[in-house]
Structures are given as structure tokens and as C-alpha cells.
Design a protein around this ligand. Structure first.
Ligand SMILES: *Cc1c(COP(=O)(O)O)cnc(C)c1O
Length: 219
């Protein structure tokens, strides 16, 4: 069986240097995360605050990105440990982040999550509402928008996800072209284990990979 290190290095070899890998560590043990760190992983992505906090205390040297749905009553905990919130999906959430970050004199890097497939089951801002929402969040001094994130509709054949990735890149460019103060469109976080190659071809520069590094998750 291939080790975490082998699998990570294989992905690293396949993709261009400008693409950042976020190793998605939901349901992974501290030992697995340490193995990934030793293999060269620098950023991990977690979906649940409590699960992440339990692990965070035991592991030094990593950057932690939050990629799950963030409830406003968990914001206080989230900002203590996370270096980036990739899943900001409402002005209300951004206002709470801003308020709590101000108390700690922090400025939190955030991405705006887009529900590119318009799926009921997913969180994220509607593409047509993204620009308006970003203009409002940009007014908040203690959060800093650094790009967009999406969880595309799932297909066994990633080619079918290509139009969604393409639409994301178009939206990204459109927002970038507005040159909104306090908005820096530099990160486009899209692509998971089965789709990252297509996502990169369509303009992703941050991929979030769980299964392909750690093996299948148990449900
Ligand atoms: C679980 C998850 C991933 C990783 O999915 P894999 O198929 O295991 O690579 C990426 N992004 C988000 C938001 C996730 O919840």
C-alpha cells in the first residue's frame, strides 16, 4: 500500500508549482496529519470546529483553513485557530467574523464560497449575488477577501464538472476587474480528489484534496 507521503508526492509532481494543495483532514487522526506534515503538507482543511480544535492542540507548524459551514456561534472559536476561512457564505457571517476579529486585533483572510451548481444541498452564495455581497463584505476592516471557493456538483466523470469550473473562473475575473478596495482576488479554491486536474486546467490555483492523499473516509 502506498503511504501518505507517496500519495502526496505523486500529486505534487503532477501539478504546477503555483497550485497550492490543501490536505483535507476531516475524520483523519493526529497521526495521519503528522505523517502528512512530515511529507511536506503545509496547509490542512477542516470542516468541523470541535474536531479541528481537538487536533490543533497536538500539531505544530501547519496552517489551518476552515472549509465547512461556519455557524455564527462558532466564530469565536474558529478565529482562534484558523488562518483562513474559505467558506464565508453570507454578509451576516462576515459581520460576526469582523466583530470578533476586531476584539483580537486580527484581520482574517477569507474566501467567498460560491454555490456554482445552484444545489439545494450546498452552502454558498449564488453566483449572480456574489459581486453585491463582496462589495458589502469589503467594507469590513477586520476581514480580508482573498478570493473564491467552490464545491462543484459531484460527477464520477470530472469532465462534466468542467463548465462549472469555467464559470467560476469567469466570475473570479469579473470580480477582479472591479478593483474593489480591500478585495484581493488571488485565490481560486476549487477541485477535489477526483476533479483537481480539470479544475487546474480551468484556472484553479488551490486544490482541496482528502481521499487521494489519505484514502477513503468512513461514513
Ligand atoms: C471533504 C471535502 C474536500 C475533499 O474531498 P475529497 O474527495 O476527499 O478530496 C474538499 N472540499 C471540501 C469543502 C470538503 O468538504
Amino acid at each position: 500500500m502506498e503511504s501518505i507521503k507517496d500519495k502526496y508526492n505523486e500529486i505534487k509532481r503532477q501539478i504546477p508549482d503555483y497550485v497550492t494543495i490543501v490536505a483535507v483532514t476531516k475524520q483523519r487522526t493526529i497521526e495521519e496529519i503528522k505523517e502528512a506534515f512530515d511529507a511536506g503538507v503545509k496547509i490542512v482543511g477542516e470542516n468541523y470546529i470541535q474536531e479541528a480544535m481537538d487536533k490543533y492542540r497536538h500539531i505544530d507548524g501547519l496552517q489551518w483553513h476552515f472549509i465547512g459551514h461556519l455557524q455564527r456561534n462558532k466564530v469565536k472559536d474558529a478565529i482562534k485557530m484558523f488562518d483562513c476561512i474559505q467558506s464565508v457564505d453570507s454578509v451576516r457571517l462576515a459581520i460576526e467574523l469582523d466583530k470578533q476579529c476586531a476584539k483580537l486585533s486580527k484581520v482574517m483572510p477569507i474566501l467567498i464560497e460560491i454555490n456554482i451548481g445552484g444545489e439545494e444541498s450546498k452552502y454558498g452564495v449564488k453566483p449572480e449575488e456574489a459581486l453585491g455581497i463582496i462589495r458589502q463584505i469589503a467594507e469590513l476592516p477586520n476581514v480580508h477577501i482573498e478570493g473564491l471557493m467552490t464545491m462543484e456538483p459531484y460527477f464520477d466523470d470530472p469532465e462534466q464538472a468542467r463548465p462549472y469550473f469555467r464559470q467560476m473562473k469567469r466570475l473570479f475575473n469579473e470580480i477582479k476587474s472591479q478593483n474593489i478596495p480591500n478585495v484581493e482576488m488571488k485565490i481560486l479554491s476549487m477541485g477535489i480528489s477526483n476533479s483537481y486536474e480539470v479544475a487546474i486546467e480551468e484556472g484553479s490555483n488551490m486544490v482541496r484534496i482528502g481521499t487521494k492523499i489519505f484514502g477513503p473516509r468512513e461514513y
